[in-house]
Design a binder for this molecule. Structure first.
Ligand code: GTP
Ligand code: IMP
Ligand code: MG
Length: 333
């Protein structure tokens, strides 16, 4: 029985969706539970020739045997949730905690009119979390369209653990966007590290076995705020890297791997394993599945990350498809 938290080590969009979908199919967890802020996140999954940009439903939907849950700390926008349930066909296996706070149209309106300085996603998450702190938020239990999904997520997780099932916690955003540890005030409306992801779903610190921290081979950032290793758009383009946001469609800022930040993110998340994504885009290599098949510079980079961060790299993503992964867990963890 293993409980694993997947968290982001940079400014979000590290490819957590890809990693969670891979682990869901490969490891067959009993439950995949979504944590993090809410529908400000977009998790991309390429599955059976289709591209999904999931903002509410856990990426574990790719494995029909997985129960899918949304923890009470995560915000729910009922319209987005229902759309994604339809798109993924996960009706019978989704559970939403009755204590999830709900995003209302006026939160979105407020976010769009006041979020400019920070460059928020305009999805209403900040104002909805403010309403929660002010004890004014509506909860999922009060929303008629959500009744069919309501459950007690912490209780379900503890029952799964008692029965020996594996739990995969899908975090969102990334270390640099944490309200506590990130580049304040250019941050999201909550902490984004593993401790809070555990609290989001109702797991205590002693119940977590593995923290898998995900890094992109080149960090990206959308919205405003400091980015010490940022490249100029021309430099990024010369390297052949252009990315657009899943939720907002904004062009992502691109940077060089920041070892100092990675080390700090790993320390504060209590990382036990690291994943590196988009290695193919930095080193212009095909989506290989064996470490030996990576170009020597890419192998050297992975070893340097391990050495300087001080945590083993167990997964390397070499392409957007779910199975484009070098899985080193047998060898290294
Ligand atoms: P947030 O919770 O919003 O932070 O998102 P996320 O961490 O799930 O990442 P997101 O899906 O927004 O962005 C990652 C992008 O990289 C997506 O377009 C993925 O399809 C893509 N991607 C992930 N891994 C790889 C990879 O190894 N290679 C390539 N080429 N693309 C990848
Ligand atoms: P908010 O979370 O919409 O309030 O936005 C605050 C900051 O966090 C902005 O810079 C957003 O671009 C950023 N942000 C929030 N969620 C994500 C995410 O999932 N991926 C990348 N950036 C995000
Ligand atoms: Mg994203």
């Amino acid at each position: 029985m293993v409980t694993t938290i997947v968290a982001g080590g940079q400014w979000g969009d590290e490819g957590k969706g890809k990693i969670v979908s891979y682990l869901s199919l490969k490891d067959n967890p009993a439950v995949v539970v979504r944590a993090g802020v809410g529908p400000n996140a977009g998790h991309t999954v390429h599955f059976r020739g289709k591209k999904y940009g999931l903002r509410q439903i856990p990426c574990g939907f790719v494995n029909e045997k997985c129960r899918l849950l949304i923890g009470p700390g995560t915000l729910v926008d009922p319209a987005i949730l229902l759309r994604e349930v339809e798109e993924t066909g996960c009706w019978g296996r989704l559970g939403v905690d009755r204590n999830c706070a709900v995003i209302e149209p006026h939160h979105i309106e407020e976010d769009r009119t006041t979020g400019g300085k920070i460059g928020t996603t305009g999805t209403g998450c900040g104002p909805a979390n403010v309403a929660r702190v002010k004890r004014e938020a509506k909860l999922a239990s009060e929303i008629p369209e959500l009744q069919q999904f309501l459950t007690d997520v912490p209780l379900e997780l503890h029952q799964v653990a008692e029965n020996g099932g594996d739990i995969l916690v899908e975090g969102s955003q990334g270390f640099g966007l944490s309200l506590i540890h990130g580049t304040y005030p250019f941050v999201t409306s909550k902490d984004t590290t593993a401790s809070t992801l555990a609290a989001d779903v109702g797991l205590g610190p002693t119940e977590v076995d593995e923290v898998l921290l995900v890094f992109k081979a080149y960090p990206t950032r959308v919205g405003n705020g400091p980015f010490p290793t940022e490249l100029s758009p021309e430099e990024a383009e010369r390297m052949g890297i252009v990315e657009y946001g899943t939720v907002t469609g904004r062009k992502r800022r691109i940077g060089r791997f920041d070892f100092e930040m990675a080390r700090r993110a790993s320390m504060i998340n209590g990382a036990t394993q690291l994943a590196i994504t988009c290695i193919d885009r930095l080193f212009h290599c095909p989506p290989v599945r064996r470490f030996e098949d990576l170009p020597p510079e890419a192998q050297k980079f992975v070893r340097e990350v391990e050495e300087r961060v001080g945590v083993p790299v167990t997964l390397i993503s070499t392409g957007p498809d779910i199975w484009d992964v070098i899985d080193l867990r047998g060898e290294r963890s």
